[in-house]
Design a protein. Structure first.
Length: 91
């Protein structure tokens, strides 16, 4: 389960290419309040004044150092791609 190993080698590798292991809406759960997602360190490496926690998100939430767009960036990363009109129908 990803929540038990928030920074396992698999999650680090997937995070490097911004693939989320957690489902859409995870940030609104109690575990989402506690653990970081792959979006969290990705934003830190792009905008270094935010998202300092490695494993847990508690301190960033309490100290106000979560990036203001963290939740919306996470939701965008977990969004399903819309179906293209040009894609063949599966029958």
């Amino acid at each position: 389960m990803p929540a038990l190993l928030p920074r396992s080698p698999v999650s680090i590798a997937l995070g490097a290419i911004l693939i989320e292991l957690y489902p859409r809406g995870f940030l609104r759960s109690p575990l989402g309040w506690l653990f970081n997602t792959t979006t969290h360190p990705h934003q830190h490496h792009r905008k270094t004044n935010w998202n300092f926690g490695l494993y847990f998100n508690v301190w960033d939430r309490l100290l106000g150092t979560n990036h203001p767009e963290y939740a919306s960036a996470y939701e965008a990363a977990t969004e399903r791609p819309s179906e293209s009109e040009d894609a063949p129908a599966l029958t």
